[in-house]
Design a protein around this ligand. Structure first.
Ligand code: PNS
Length: 165
């Protein structure tokens, strides 16, 4: 039984995340999408309950995937879940350096857990939560880039799109 954790801020979850979730769910017996709750540094647009609800809406019907929030160190959460693998998506070489550092630190703290990278599908390689929030706030329609619950959350926050693709 291999349990994996896919951590992130998911502010909000987008189609690139969902692609990684679907592919990881085919490899591992169980996948927990771990949504970071950082009460000391609340820099996210959406609160933890909203981000969690969006992820839960996006993974609806996926039998071996669940979503939870976590606080503190990711490795502590992996210990709690008895997870052996951390999954991260890699879009481009620009993601690599930071991911490498974090993967090494996590392995130093918890040698039993392995970080595995899934290369984001080409069609989503340009998608990031930061850019999605930026263009949605400026009136763009991001419905094709995010799962429905995220789109609903963005429309509720910024209003309906003015620019359609
Ligand atoms: O989607 P993000 O913001 O790139 O995700 C970053 C995340 C949540 C995976 C990372 O910040 C994290 O694991 N935070 C928890 C604290 C921790 O354990 N940091 C890693 C050791 S340096």
């Amino acid at each position: 039984m291999i349990r994996a954790v896919y951590p992130g801020s998911f502010d909000p979850v987008h189609n690139g995340h969902l692609d990684v979730i679907q592919r990881a769910a085919r490899i591992f017996d169980h996948l927990t999408v771990a949504v970071l709750h950082n009460p000391l540094k609340p820099t996210t647009l959406f609160g933890i309950e909203e981000r969690l609800a969006m992820v839960r809406g996006a993974i609806d019907g996926m039998s071996n995937v669940e979503a939870s929030m976590f606080e503190g160190l990711l490795v502590d959460f992996c210990r709690q879940l008895d997870a052996q693998v951390i999954v991260r998506g890699l879009r481009a070489i620009s993601d690599y350096e930071a991911e490498l550092q974090v993967a090494h630190l996590n392995r130093q703290m918890l040698p039993g857990v392995e970080t595995l990278f899934i290369m984001t599908a080409t069609r989503w390689s340009f998608v990031s939560s930061t850019r999605i929030k930026e263009i949605a706030q400026l009136g763009a329609d991001v419905a094709k880039l995010v799962p429905r619950p995220s789109n609903e959350g963005l429309v509720a926050r910024f209003g309906p799109p003015r620019v359609h693709d």
